[in-house]
Each structure stands twice: as structure tokens, then as C-alpha cells.
Design a protein around this ligand. Structure first.
Ligand code: ADP
Ligand code: MG
Length: 646
């Protein structure tokens, strides 16, 4: 008979390895922990050097207060910290957090070397730890501060090591951690080097805006709006993007608490609430927000990687952020600073005018909405925000929206999808997509309709430069010109890619894009897929990507949007399969290349668009899941007009 299992206490090595799994996921997590330690050591300068995305080497050197030689072993002992003297300190933290696990965990899974010379000491001391095995402490000559070197991260946890991504991708994550600290503490002198190449060299004593310009370029910082507010001892300040500055993911929304980067869903929610109606559905505003508050009002140790915190009064912050932004938007003339993108087609000035008008209308409409809400809100403050503040999650009731009776979301979705400023309501009792019946209405290259197909004799009527209306055997058919064209193009692109016969336009002068290091790394990782779609991309100096070729069917002006959109998708946290990625990118390309709502079509163009309906694969619904056409059947017409007595 088997004996009963005995309970054993885990050895420190095992405990550390488990902790390492929680805290240290990849080289970037090491960088994060080490940067935080350097900040806690009150340094003025940090130099980071990595090789092969951090898998080979991570070296970080600071000029902080250092560690006394006799404390070196404690630095790599778990649950040992200099940042907490008594239990009460747990609730009053000025440092980056004090779980006391980081160095012990890292030293357990790497070849680790710690050298430090404490303030007031004349010489430094060095401690090496090889996968948890400590060597003797030896003296060494060095400047004041701490130097940590990590080689062969995860050398004794092969599965972890195997799952590291390509060096460029890992470096992208590292670069992101680095920039979070660089933005949190702009006064700090910092540098980042990858494989011997200097990537960032940030001078000491910068202002936040200078640093933001360094990282994002003036195309972003020119569109930032400063905000500032204070309530008792809680201060909230920073910059938020003009609504015309929006991104495909939430990654450009930064929150900092007492000088360090944090994540907080509730505050991000407040941010996005504030922009509701100003930024298109599915797009995300840009923000760099700083919160300063006494350490006893927040618990920073609730999460193993200390990235999430718990505020004592989260709803206060939520309200502060929301009302500050709302007030700011009401005060600023968003319109005057709105930059109008040039229309894609220079031969269609009316289209550009239309787009301008649409954007203007959108802004004034949204402002109206905001005024209305703020007026309401004065009497009804929102409830506590966690996790989704009930009172503010639906600030725009359907009945409050524009006079056309559409809800705000529907309105914005219509704006986004069509570019029209007047979403035409189609009050059909039944809205039936006619995708599967497209063959009924083929009019292959004929300017005059065939008898029995379009009974009225008028080929088709374009309504509001947006919809094409025609009479068919089924009744009255209304086609969304953009939706149909988008779908046609999508099918075309897809077939070409599948058959590997994408026509490629080589560029004599490559198009250059300014992107973040992380985005560049992600894109270079997917060079092959991009090639398949007809894009040839190469690294082009720091922070720049060169596009040397693009698929012929895409106009020059939208290439940048497509590449950026692709990078956003790669960088978003949702893990997508290769197929989904390709598919989503195809949708995006089709959407960008398709005729827009608001574009006047010639009779020939209408005929040719209708003629292309047969290449649309029935099994595949319209790219965005919207119907491309609606049918009002004869029966429905009869019923509506009271002919059937129904
Ligand atoms: P924690 O930061 O949670 O205390 P760590 O494992 O990250 O735990 O670090 C352990 C201890 O080592 C710290 O409390 C600090 O005293 C010391 N230490 C780590 N890095 C540095 C550094 N760069 N400068 C000075 N002291 C450091
Ligand atoms: Mg630490």
C-alpha cells in the first residue's frame, strides 16, 4: 500500500523559481524591476545595455546610494528588502514597492552579478550568483552606485527560454519599459543600448513635453492638451490628446502614480468616457496622466509585478479625471486646432469639403452632447467606478442623441463607417441582407438595365452620395456603396493573396514612417506576412521604418494608415492567429481603398460597381458584418401601405 504523502516545506530555491515565474516573465520584466530598484536608490542616471533582446545580456548601471557590502547577500534573498521597516510601512509607501523578490528570483534563473559601492564607501563589492549558487563576496573598484549584470536569462528553465520571442520583439518590450520610466521621471539621465547600438540617449533635467517629443515626435506633441487639477492632497496633471489624435489600441494611454507607471482600468475607463462622442468608436485617445497623492492613500503591493494599485478613494480620482477633461473640452475650441487630413482623391475637391464638414459637424455635435451631459451631471455625480461605473457607462442615452433619433453609438458608427454626416435611417420593418441573392441583379458591363432585372428602366439612383437604390425582382433594393465596394475589394485582395499574384508597386523613394521601437520590431518580425501582401518593409535608422513596395491596388495615401493599423494589431494584447491577422488587415485595406460614402459616382461607376457584385463570395459576409444592401420586398411595401390589410 502506498504511504500517505508527507507535507514538506519547499526549499528556497524552489520558492524563488516559482516567484520568478510570477514576477519575471521575459527580459522586459527584469528591466522593469531593475529600473524600479535604481529609482528607489535615488539615482540621477541609469544606463541600460542589452544583447539579443535581453536573452544574452542585460546590464544596468546606476549612480544611486548603493548597497553596503554586508547587505549584498540579503539583496538576493527573497523577502528581504530595505524599503520596509515595520508593518505599518506597508500602508505608506514612497518607493516602487517592496516585495523583496525580484533580485532573488532573477538570480535563481540566470548568471547574475551584482556590484555595488554604497554612498560613503571607498570601494565596491561584488557578488555573483549562478542559477541560485552564490559565490564569495569580493571587493571591486567602481564608482558609487550599483551595477547588475544578467546573462543567459532562464538558462535553467528551458521552457521559458524557448518561449522568448525574436530578439527584436523582446527588445520592443524592453524599450517600452524603458520609456515608461523615462516619461515617469523626465529629470533622469538615461540611455538604452541594444547589441552595441545606442537606441536612446536622454539628457538629464528634461521637461515631460521634451521627452514626449523625443519619443513620439512633434506630430503627436503638437496635438497634446495640458490638464491640471487638484483636490485636497491629490493632484492630477498631464497631457491628453486632441480628439483628432487617436490610435487603434489603448497603448498610448499612460498613467503614472507618484512617479511610476501603473495600470488602472477604472481610470482608463474615465478617460475613455470623457472622449465618448469625440473619438470614433473603436479608436482610442492618447493620454499621459500623472497622479500625485500621499502614499497612505494607495496600496501599491497588491499585484506581483506591482503594476496595478488599489486607491483608497478610487471614485474621487475617477470623477476628477472625467470632470477635468470634460470641462477642458468644453473650454477649448477643438475645432480651430482640428487638422483636416487631405482627401485621398485630389480630383474630388467636393469630397474633401464634405469630409471637413463632417469633422466639423462631429465636433460641434459632440460638444453639444457634452454640454448637455455636464449640465445633467452637476446634479447627479457618478457612483464609485469599480469596475464599471454604472452612472457613467451610459452617459448618452439614445433619446439624447441627434435629432434624427439615432443613438450616439449608432451615429458614431455610421460616421465611422460611412463618413457621411447624415446617417440615413432606413425605417424598414425588416432589414434583410441580400448578399445571398446578388445574382438576381447582375448587370454585367451594361449601361442599360436588362428587362426583368431592373424594372423601372432607370439603372439606379444614387441617394445622398451614399446609397444606391434600384428596383429588382425582389422589390426595392438599397445598397450601401461603401459597404459593397469594400466587400468586393476584400474578396479580390484575398484571392490575389491566396493565389500569390499580388501586383506590387516598387517605390523609387521608399516611404518612411515614424514608429516606436516596439512597433518596428513587431513589424520586422512579420516581414514575411507583409511581403505576402505586397509590402516590403525595412528598418531605416532609429525610430523609422522604410516601405519599399506596396500592393498596386492601394493608393499611396493610405499605405501609412495600413502599416500603422497593422502595427497596432500586432501590438494589441489580444493574441490573434496569423489567419485572423491577415484577414483583419485585408478588411482594413479594403475599407481604405473602397469608395467612400459621400463620394459622387458617375452612372458608369454605379453600373460597374453593381456588375462586380458577382465576385462577392456569398459565404463570406461583408467585412464589418454590416449588410451591403437592404431589400424592401413587394409584400413589405404592400403591408406598409396598408394594401394587404395585415
Ligand atoms: P525590493 O525592491 O522589493 O525591495 P528587490 O529584490 O528588487 O526587492 O531588491 C532587494 C533589495 O536590494 C532592495 O530592497 C534594495 O535594498 C537593494 N537594491 C536592489 N537594487 C538596488 C540598486 N540599484 N541600488 C541600491 N539598492 C538596491
Ligand atoms: Mg525591487
Amino acid at each position: 500500500m502506498e504511504s500517505v504523502s508527507r507535507i514538506q516545506v519547499l526549499t528556497p530555491a524552489v520558492v524563488n523559481k516559482i516567484a520568478a515565474g510570477e514576477v519575471i516573465e521575459r527580459p522586459a520584466s527584469v528591466i522593469k524591476e531593475l529600473l524600479e530598484n535604481s529609482l528607489d536608490a535615488l539615482c540621477n542616471r541609469i544606463d541600460v545595455e542589452v544583447e539579443d533582446g535581453g536573452a544574452e545580456l542585460i546590464r544596468i548601471v546606476d549612480d544611486g546610494e548603493g548597497i553596503l557590502p554586508e547587505d549584498l547577500p540579503l539583496a538576493v534573498t527573497s523577502h528581504a528588502t530595505s524599503k520596509l521597516r515595520q508593518a505599518d510601512d506597508l500602508f505608506c509607501v514612497q518607493t516602487m514597492g517592496f516585495r523583496g523578490e525580484a533580485l532573488a528570483s532573477i538570480a535563481e534563473v540566470s548568471q547574475f552579478r551584482l556590484r555595488s559601492r554604497a554612498r560613503g564607501e571607498s570601494i565596491g563589492a561584488e557578488l555573483a550568483v549562478n542559477c541560485g549558487q552564490r559565490s564569495e563576496i569580493v571587493p571591486c573598484g567602481m564608482a558609487q552606485g550599483t551595477q547588475i549584470e544578467i546573462r543567459q536569462l532562464f538558462c535553467n528553465t528551458p521552457v521559458r527560454r524557448k518561449f522568448l520571442k525574436k530578439a527584436g520583439t523582446e527588445f520592443g518590450y524592453i524599450s517600452e519599459q524603458f520609456s515608461r520610466v523615462a516619461l515617469a521621471v523626465p529629470r533622469l539621465q538615461m540611455s538604452l543600448t541594444h547589441n552595441g547600438k545606442n537606441v536612446y540617449r536622454l539628457p538629464a533635467g528634461q521637461q515631460l513635453l521634451e521627452r514626449l517629443t523625443l519619443f513620439y515626435g512633434s506630430s503627436v506633441t503638437d496635438k497634446l492638451i495640458p490638464i491640471e487639477t487638484q483636490h485636497h492632497n491629490v493632484r492630477l496633471w498631464g497631457y491628453v490628446g486632441h480628439p483628432s489624435l487617436h490610435k487603434g489600441t489603448r497603448k498610448s494611454q499612460y498613467l503614472f502614480l507618484n512617479g511610476r507607471y501603473i495600470q488602472d482600468r477604472s481610470l482608463l475607463h474615465a478617460l475613455n468616457e470623457a472622449y465618448r462622442g469625440l473619438v470614433m468608436v473603436g479608436r482610442h485617445p492618447v493620454a499621459f496622466l500623472f497622479i500625485e497623492m500621499p502614499g497612505d492613500q494607495v496600496d501599491v503591493n497588491v499585484h506581483p509585478t506591482k503594476s496595478e494599485v488599489r486607491f483608497r478613494d478610487g471614485s474621487l480620482l475617477f470623477r476628477m479625471l472625467l470632470s477635468t477633461l470634460r470641462t477642458k473640452f468644453l473650454q477649448s475650441d477643438l475645432q480651430s486646432t482640428l487638422s483636416i487630413k487631405p482627401a485621398g482623391n485630389p480630383a474630388a475637391p467636393t469630397l474633401q469639403n464634405k469630409q471637413e464638414r463632417v469633422e466639423r459637424d462631429l465636433v460641434s455635435w459632440a460638444k453639444q452632447q457634452l454640454e448637455h451631459q455636464v449640465a445633467q451631471r452637476v446634479t447627479t455625480p457618478p457612483d464609485a467606478p469599480s469596475p464599471m461605473p454604472a452612472a457613467s457607462s451610459q452617459p448618452m442615452e439614445k433619446s439624447e442623441a441627434g435629432s434624427d433619433g439615432l443613438g450616439a453609438d449608432a451615429f458614431l458608427a455610421a460616421m465611422e463607417n460611412s463618413g457621411s454626416n447624415e446617417p440615413t435611417t432606413v425605417p424598414f420593418a425588416e432589414q434583410e441582407p441580400v448578399a445571398s441573392t446578388a445574382s438576381d441583379m447582375q448587370s454585367p458591363s451594361m449601361p442599360v438595365p436588362q428587362p426583368g432585372e431592373q424594372r423601372s428602366g432607370i439603372p439606379a439612383l444614387q441617394v445622398d452620395d451614399c446609397y444606391i437604390v434600384l428596383s429588382t425582382d425582389q422589390g426595392l433594393t438599397v445598397i450601401d456603396q461603401h459597404a459593397l465596394h469594400e466587400r468586393v475589394l476584400y474578396e479580390r485582395f484575398r484571392n490575389k493573396i491566396l493565389e500569390e499574384r499580388v501586383e506590387v508597386q516598387k517605390l523609387l523613394v521608399p516611404l518612411t514612417l515614424e514608429l516606436s521601437d516596439e512597433q518596428i520590431a513587431l513589424l520586422l518580425d512579420q516581414q514575411e506576412m507583409l511581403q505576402q501582401m505586397g509590402f516590403q518593409v525595412e528598418e531605416f535608422g532609429r525610430g523609422m521604418l522604410a516601405v519599399a513596395s506596396h500592393p498596386v491596388f492601394l493608393g499611396h495615401q493610405v499605405i501609412e494608415d495600413v502599416i500603422r493599423g497593422f502595427a497596432d494589431k500586432l501590438g494589441s494584447s489580444e493574441t490573434v492567429t496569423r489567419r485572423d491577422l491577415l484577414d483583419e488587415t485585408l478588411h482594413m485595406m479594403a475599407c481604405k481603398a473602397a469608395v467612400k460614402a459621400g463620394q459622387k459616382l458617375t452612372p458608369d461607376e454605379i453600373v460597374s460597381l453593381l456588375a462586380q457584385r458577382d465576385i462577392v463570395d456569398d459565404a463570406h459576409h461583408c467585412p464589418h458584418g454590416r449588410p451591403t444592401a437592404l431589400v424592401l420586398s413587394r409584400e413589405e411595401l404592400d403591408r406598409q401601405f396598408g394594401r394587404l390589410g395585415a
